[in-house]
Design a protein around this ligand. Structure first.
Ligand code: M1P
Length: 263
């Protein structure tokens, strides 16, 4: 269906942003037809967008279909927290880790990590100690090539010897002016990314609307499920620029949306 232009949406200066996994869709699965229908109805009233941590390919799989391009389904599409962004189907300026940090500083970081790991005794070392990604680097002392058993072994060893924690502390001491955030989330590794490159990153694109369409989005709703401390929705949920809504799955998102927007 044809949506009113952003300026003409009945609920003025309002945008509703959604996390993807467990907010719009079951984890790593497709959104239900009911959800897509509800989003379409909401889009007639105000601006809508998603903000996901993974890349656009994933969101196309989960929200789009073989005949529908996900970038036509939302006014704003924010992949990798907004490092890759679309507005009304057109791409906006993108960003990435290496562009932001620069090759020289990046190499200093990698060299330090590889020397550190070389000087650390572990039960096992495998391969891919530094994985270069678009928005971050992932660092693993045992290496990303570890098998499932080797992962478990490292995790147990790390609990006793604080391998990751100590490496993170050393990096903070060595590169205090880099402006990086370190996140120990998984089993064998930790993520390194510029401070602020969480989901709040996408808000700059919403704020830029003042200069593009002249719309000042005064009301920014955010729906997410991992809104607790340490969860990847926490920062944007708590951000003073947003009104945060915590959900416990897609059904809850639909229930809350219907109430809030009289859908
Ligand atoms: O989702 C949490 C983490 O999952 C993986 O961690 P690991 O391989 O250490 O178990 C990685 O993809 C990491 O980037 C991610 O944060």
């Amino acid at each position: 269906s044809v949506y009113p232009s952003l300026e003409d949406r009945p609920i003025k200066n309002t945008v509703v942003l959604f996390d993807v996994d467990e907010t719009l869709t079951p984890a790593r699965r497709h959104a239900s037809p009911e959800m897509l229908e509800l989003l379409s109805r909401l889009r007639h009233k105000c601006a809508i967008g998603f903000v996901g941590g993974s890349n656009l390919v994933k969101q196309q799989e989960q929200l789009g279909s073989s005949t529908i391009d996900v970038t036509t389904m939302f006014d704003f599409c924010f992949s990798e927290n907004g490092l890759t962004a679309f507005r009304l189907g057109e791409s906006l300026a993108s960003n990435n880790f290496i562009q932001w940090l620069g090759e020289d500083k990046y190499q200093a970081l990698v060299d330090f990590v590889l020397k550190y790991i070389a000087n650390t005794k572990l039960p096992r070392k495998r391969g891919t100690f530094v994985e270069f990604r678009n928005g971050m680097v992932n660092i693993s002392p045992v290496g990303r090539a570890a098998s499932v058993d080797e992962r478990d072994e490292f995790e147990a060893y790390d609990k006793i010897h604080n391998i990751r924690k100590n490496l993170v502390e050393s990096l903070k001491k060595e590169f205090p002016d880099y402006g990086l955030t370190y996140s120990i989330g998984g089993q064998i590794s930790f993520d390194v990314f510029p401070t602020g490159w969480d989901k709040t990153y996408c808000l700059q694109h919403i704020e830029a609307e003042k200069g593009i369409s002249g719309i000042d989005y005064k009301t920014i709703h955010f729906f997410g499920d991992k809104t607790f401390v340490g969860g990847n929705d926490y920062e944007i949920y708590e951000d003073p620029r947003t009104i945060g809504h915590s959900v416990d799955g897609p059904q809850d998102t639909m229930d809350q949306l219907k109430k809030l927007f009289d859908l």
